[in-house]
Design a protein around this ligand. Structure first.
Ligand code: NAD
Ligand code: MG
Length: 413
């Protein structure tokens, strides 16, 4: 029996790489549901190739186009964001890969857990926003949340056969992003094109900018806390520019286990789909004799304050990480949109943005992103023990505050 997969966000960086994994194991996996936000053309070609039971195009304006193009097939076509939560509950589906970007991942993930689906989670924002709620529900429903994020997959792999109460510390590695060596003054001048040139990973636009600010690593600290039940005081971030050690665990006897490899997201994606088994692969192997020396350094939170903001959000608890995430979504987009309105050339590699097309017309310099997040966190009232409704309201409120801050030039930082 093939595992039936719902690939939420199948047109993105993770989604397309998940399909590359499926292509190598057609006897094991069946793409049963595919979804896209705006990229109708790619969704249509994926649907024609994989013949899923259904597809969702979130952008309702594209519904007719997708329906027309698939008229001669048996593929069911749905539109709108509520459809994501419905397909995540499809009774035939075994595994839901959540590869959407941002807060949009939360409700479909909760729906999939409700329905008892195994979750392969790429969308870290879901755990950043509502880690407590999501992991509690998963425990109640006895649902496994398998990490796709490379660092968390590395930690997860290092923990196979281990006892959680014997963990001393989790070591999250970070490439340091494209601006690791930039001074504070240089950071003030950076362009979107520079920020989009990640030294190690080719990813979607939003996470690439989050990697440049190191907000991504802050998110990963929160993600690790909820996935592995380890307090933030025992999660250490180490900058490791070569990105060969994907992360590590220190045990109480001082032993360290790490997972290493070539930076290639298809490995953690495949592991999440095949767990507890390992499948063979033709992905590139580490070249031991030509590898650069592996180096490690302490992160600089002076130049990359977003990392400290994540620890602070965890310390405050409740809705603080939700507010931080919403403000980051706004500031991250404002940074990308601001510069794009000046330079219309596409990003290196001809990548198209899909997740977020709204133009806000604001320009947010790179170094203001952290200030906007911090100020939003200080403005939106904290709610403890939040419900889903609280998170939704809090997300909306924080976006309004952050949007106002991005409009006010010179403020915030
Ligand atoms: P991406 O922008 O390349 O793709 C996102 C996908 O989700 C697309 O299919 C898009 O159509 C869909 N989507 C985006 N916004 C949506 C919305 N509001 N509603 C419905 N659908 C929406 O992003 P990505 O790089 O593949 O990242 C996906 C998730 O995985 C993110 O949470 C990211 O942090 C995480 N992640 C990505 C990588 C990577 O290498 N790309 C690594 C680790 C974690
Ligand atoms: Mg990661």
């Amino acid at each position: 029996m093939r595992k039936k997969l719902a690939l939420l966000g199948s047109t993105g960086s993770i989604g397309t790489q998940a399909l590359e994994v499926v292509d190598r194991h057609p006897d094991l996996y069946e793409p049963y549901v595919l979804t896209a936000n705006h990229r109708a053309d790619l969704l249509i070609s994926q649907a024609r190739k994989y013949k899923p039971q259904s597809v969702v195009i979130v952008d309702e304006a594209k519904y007719q186009q997708v329906r027309e193009a698939l008229r001669d097939t048996d593929v069911q076509v749905f539109a709108g964001k509520e459809a994501l939560s419905q397909v995540a509950q499809n009774s035939e589906v075994d595994v839901v890969l959540v590869a959407l970007v941002g807060f949009a991942g939360l409700e479909p993930t909760l729906s999939a857990i409700e329905a008892g689906k195994t979750i392969a989670l790429a969308n870290k924002e879901t755990l950043v926003v509502a880690g407590e709620l999501v992991t509690r529900l998963a425990r109640e429903r006895r649902v496994a949340i398998l990490p796709v994020d490379s660092e968390h997959s590395a930690i997860f792999q290092s923990l196979v056969g281990e006892r959680m109460d014997e963990i001393e510390e989790i070591v999250l590695t970070s490439s340091g992003g494209p601006f690791r060596m930039f001074s504070k003054e240089e950071l003030e001048q950076v362009s979107v094109e520079q920020a989009m040139r990640h030294p190690r990973w080719e990813m979607g636009a939003k996470i690439t900018i989050d990697s440049a600010t190191m907000m991504n690593k802050g998110f990963e600290v929160i993600e690790a806390k909820w996935l592995f039940g380890v307090g933030q005081e025992r999660i250490r971030v180490v900058v490791h520019p070569e990105s060969v050690v994907h992360s590590a665990v220190v045990f109480r006897d001082g032993a360290v286990k790490a997972q290493l490899g070539v930076p290639d997201m298809r490995i953690p994606i495949q592991y999440a789909l095949s767990y507890p088994q390992r499948l063979s692969s033709d992905f590139p192997r580490l070249d031991w004799y030509r590898m650069q020396p592996l180096t490690f350094e302490k992160p600089d939170t002076e130049r990359f304050p977003c990392l400290s903001l994540a620890y602070e959000a965890l310390r405050r608890g409740g809705t603080a990480p939700c507010v931080m995430n919403a403000a980051n979504e706004v500031a991250n987009l404002a940074f990308r949109e601001g510069i794009r309105s000046e330079a219309t050339k596409p990003f290196p590699g001809g990548r198209v943005w899909d997740g977020d097309r709204q133009t806000r017309g604001t320009k947010c310099p790179f170094t203001r992103i952290a200030g906007i997040i911090e100020k939003t966190m200080d403005t939106v009232p904290l709610r403890l023990s939040p419900t889903l409704k609280d998170y939704i309201e809090c997300d909306r409120e924080a976006r309004l505050v952050a949007e106002e801050l991005t409009r006010r030039q010179g403020d915030g930082h």
